[in-house]
Design a protein around this ligand. Structure first.
Ligand code: C2E
Ligand code: MG
Ligand code: MG
Length: 658
């Protein structure tokens, strides 16, 4: 039976990983290139070792064989001696310590000096020094100068160990343990081969180390995703975290394709992948064109991060401008042409920002938190801007608000044109943050929907408003109901109805005094559960209103299918009342809902002229609207003020609206 030698096993393992690395395009960035070079050196070392060994074992003479054996042995020593210096470069590069290596001339000189010593000794083998010899019957004989190679190797190993120990706190645990294993395995191989001359295990040890290394380190990190052509999210996190720890200056350019989902829809999966790949290529080419040492990462949902080392700010800014211009230009994907809606934000670290979680949070949110323009944004320009700070800090603001109850309910009176008096109110939440002051609901409600605390906010609203209603003598005040806003995600709460029923029971509030507003978007998601909740609430006796009518894609089928008592025409819709065409649309919309037996309310009435148009005071009046609400009558005000206001206007027409 033929037994495989250590060298044959090593060759098999290394060849496998060499091909593997090639297929996975590991050579894209600097550390990938060094790794590829290292693997190639290991492969050549093993081939030369095996080739030289085979000739020595199976040939007993012949000039050609002797020359070939010398070639193999020289190749072996040349490649073998380069392994540790290249491995050393790999450590500096993959741990993002390249700048440290380059900065210190002594390190540079030592690195080159040791390589030169090795190669001078090798070149002079047979003349002055005696490293190895091949006898006429092709037997390999070690010479005394071979020890120089081992000494140089020991210096490199010591240097590597020192580097790993010195920067151990910067290195993620799994990376550190793998690099240490690599170190132990290579030194063990060297030691065995030096002391047990018959056991040629060094190459095998190196290949084992490479195997462990590829399995442990090159799995998800630092790989280029073949679909996007960019490196993965995890690689970006690792690089940036490392850079922050070593305080190495980098620039990060975030590129967000805002309409990524739409592009996915238009182009299909294959076309969209092609789009992402070509976008990465465009970015790569631009960075290379500006001479930037950059890595392009595809994070997710159309977000790219371009991290550049040792970058001059002006050059990064030029590259960012060019990326914006290039990506907003048309993209040809197969027979289709699409345009990307792009936002770009540039951050210089650690100058502008010094922790990775804030950096990634900026990357994920900047397209929402910054003005919606297609200029390149520079983080340093807006980081101290109050509005930006609030938008960026919304999660913390909300967490604080839910914990400390920083909410308060305000009430905006609703005026009845028909009855000529205030008959209801809409409850609106206010958030008063101890750091940022009043934060508008248009900002925090969408953020609460995304982070999930909208349910806690909803519970606060239900409790506070139902309790407030219980303190009012609704009939005596001439109030019919108080409206509460329900957000889309509240409409699908399983226990929504029970929760509300329990509260009304607890506070002894008649369901007729309560109304819930929902938007068209809310009625559209998960229709089954929304239908069930809304129907149950309606059957229980509360009113249901459709809020912001005219802003969404009106789905008449959905609107008519639900038990809706009131439709609230949105301000933006009503603002166009001076346009004669719009006037017809508004009039017909009102008539349509009247015929369906629904109450119609106009929101956002700011001026008397609009109020008059919807009342019966104008010749070209719009007929059929019963209710109005807006700053013209009253802004949303706190509960006690609202009570005073209602008492003041009880059974009385408002100002000029007689
Ligand atoms: P919405 O339900 O359509 O509320 C009307 C918004 O318009 C309120 O803004 C109100 O202050 C404002 N408004 C009222 N009259 C006028 C006017 O004449 N002119 C102008 N320009 N605006 C007027 P607010 O309070 O900032 O609320 C914005 C949105 O936040 C609300 O729109 C609603 O969708 C949501 N929201 C407010 N409170 C709550 C709440 O308690 N729960 C939930 N889920 N959402 C709420
Ligand atoms: Mg509302
Ligand atoms: Mg509204």
């Amino acid at each position: 039976m033929q037994i495989l030698t250590f060298d044959e096993c090593a060759l098999f393992i290394i060849l496998l990983f060499w091909v593997f690395a090639l297929i996975r395009k590991e050579y894209k960035n600097r550390s990938g290139k060094i790794l590829m070079f290292l693997l190639t050196l290991v492969l050549l070392t093993v081939i030369a070792d095996l080739g030289g060994g085979t000739i020595c074992n199976y040939c007993s003479g012949g000039r050609a064989n002797l020359i070939l054996a010398y070639v193999y042995n020289y190749l072996y020593f040349f490649c073998h001696n380069l392994l540790l210096p290249v491995y050393m470069l790999y450590i500096y590069s993959s741990l993002d310590l390249w700048h440290i290596f380059r900065e210190y001339r002594f390190r540079h000189a030592l690195w080159w000096g040791l390589i030169i010593v090795d190669n001078v000794v090798l070149a002079l083998n047979g003349f002055v020094f005696d490293v190895f010899k091949l006898t006429d019957d092709i037997t390999y004989v070690r010479g005394p100068w071979l020890v120089v190679f081992y000494l140089v190797a020991v210096i490199y190993l010591g240097w590597i160990l020192g580097t790993l120990i010195r920067f151990r706190t910067y290195i993620l645990k799994d990376k550190l343990s793998t690099l240490i294993f690599l170190f132990v395995s290579v030194s063990t191989g060297l030691a065995i081969q030096l002391t047990q001359t018959g056991l040629l295990v060094e190459c095998f040890c190196i290949s084992l180390a490479v195997l462990f290394f590829m399995v442990m380190l090159r799995r998800a990190v630092n790989q280029v995703n073949p679909i996007t052509g960019a490196q993965k999210y995890t690689a970006c996190i690792e690089k940036v975290t490392m850079n922050f720890k070593s305080a190495k200056p980098i620039s990060v350019v975030f590129v967000k394709i805002v309409n990524n989902n739409n592009l996915h829809m238009y182009l299909g999966l294959k076309g969209h992948n092609e789009f992402l790949y070509s976008t990465t290529s465009r970015i790569d080419a631009i960075c290379a064109g500006h001479g930037l040492t950059s890595s392009v990462y595809y994070m997710e949902n159309g977000l790219y991060a371009i991290v550049s080392d040792e970058a001059v700010e002006e050059i990064v800014a030029d590259a960012a401008e060019e990326i914006m211009a290039s990506l907003t230009a048309e993209h040809h994907i197969g027979k289709l042409t699409v345009f990307a809606d792009v936002r770009v934000c540039v951050v210089f670290c650690p100058k502008d920002m010094s922790d990775s979680s804030s950096l990634f949070s900026l990357g994920t949110n900047f397209h929402r938190t910054l003005p919606d323009t297609q200029n390149v944004h520079y983080y340093r320009d807006f980081k101290d801007n109050d509005e930006y700070k609030v938008r960026n800090d919304l999660d913390d603001i909300l967490r604080r608000a839910v914990r400390d109850n920083n909410f308060e309910m305000y009430y905006q009176p609703i005026y009845s044109v028909r009855e000529k008096k205030f008959v209801a109110a809409e409850a609106m939440i206010r958030l008063n943050d101890p750091i940022y002051g009043q934060v508008p609901p248009s900002l925090f409600i969408p953020a609460a929907e995304i982070n999930g605390c909208i349910h806690d906010i909803g519970d606060f609203v239900f409790n506070d408003v139902i309790r407030f209603i219980s303190t009012l003598d609704m009939n005596a005040l001439g109030l019919k109901y108080i409206e509460m806003n329900l957000s889309a995600s509240q409409c699908i709460e399983v226990d929504l109805v029970d929760k509300i029923k329990n509260l009304m029971f607890e506070y002894g509030v008649d369901p007729r005094f309560v109304s819930f507003e929902l938007t068209e978007a809310a009625t559209d998601m998960n229709p089954e559960i929304v239908d069930m909740n809304i129907r149950k609430l309606h059957e229980y006796g509360v009113k249901i209103a459709l809020d912001d009518y005219g802003t969404g894609y009106s789905n008449i089928k959905r609107t008519t299918g639900l038990p809706i008592d009131q439709v609230k025409l949105d301000k933006s819709f009503v603002d166009m009342i001076d346009d004669p065409q719009m006037c017809i649309v508004i009039q017909d919309t009102i008539s349509m809902f009247k015929e369906m037996d629904k109450e119609v309310l106009v929101e956002g009435v700011e001026e008397e002229a609009v109020a008059r148009k919807f009342s019966d005071l104008e010749a070209d009046l719009i007929q059929g609207c019963e209710l109005m609400q807006g700053f013209f009558f009253c802004k949303p005000i706190p509960g006690p003020e609202f009570l005073d206001f209602i008492k003041r206007y009880k059974d009385k027409a408002f100002e000029s609206i007689i």
